[in-house]
Design a protein around this ligand. Sequence first.
Ligand code: TRP
Length: 329
Amino acid sequence: MEKVVSGIRPTGNLHLGNYFGAVKSFVAMQSQYQSMFFIADWHSLTTHPKPENIQNSARTILAEYLACGIDPQKAPIYVQSDVKETLELYLYLNMNTYLGELERVTTFKEKARKQPDNVNAGLLTYPTLMAADVLQHRAHKVPVGKDQEQNMEMMRKCARRFNNIYGIEFFPEPQNFYFNATALKVPGLDGSGKMGKSEGNCIYLRDDDKTIRKKVMKAVTDNGPQEPNSKRPEVIENLFTFLKIASTPDTYQYFDEKWNDCTLRYGDLKKQIAEDLVNIVAPIREKIEEYSANTALLDKVAKEGADYARQSASETLNEVRKIIGFRIY
Ligand code: TRP
């Protein structure tokens, strides 16, 4: 079975955009591939040298992913910093990666501009650490967003170059696995095209029913349909996208007809969306709360994930040491 590995950036809580995007794809993948997911806490040191409460933020992420349906029996989930084998591969990969190509990575240039006082070597070698994350498991596929394209190219370059230098077909070249292609794009509630943390227009999986209703009722609209069968402006189309995501086809059709004969009342539409979203989020939120209260379980999941990942990585690293010519005891 093909191997899938992906890293989760530890930034804030999951919102509906994440849920219908990456997270649902992860859940689908865990049955189709030999999957592994990890929390990329080392990577966050490149921008945040003194993270607060690392353990708790890992637990928060674990609780949310488990609540969404990641099954650690199928897809072990671990914390990057628990698997020190990664660092050995990171070192070898760094030896074969050139300053020039690392400096050309757009995300490096952007971050260097954003934090001119902290253009550290870790930031520069972000792509080689990411390559080590994946290559240590000799994975074939990496579910990522479009923004990771260049990092993925560097990863393949690392694999190819290692194979070329040592004259052996050892690392597969991991392929991007775009969930964006199939995933539902959740719009923002502010009329913008996309739900995102930085846009500040999110419904979080931890939001309570009241908060969800309030956020939906505040969604941006216009004066209502003016002519029968007219094209919907973007802000209204966004609301219909929510219906498509959260409601039944019948409900969608009902409101679509109301739009077309100009009898649609946005208040009714929003109430419908709010209730349907509450029905989706509430059971997940309850599970998040349950998992969050069970730190012993979360720590056990993380430990078992780390054991599994360490085993997988050390098999690779033993081979790598042999290939380069280092001793293995
Ligand atoms: N760079 C990824 C992001 O910002 C997170 C990440 C770290 C990752 N290591 C990875 C993703 C390895 C895929 C594979 O989202």
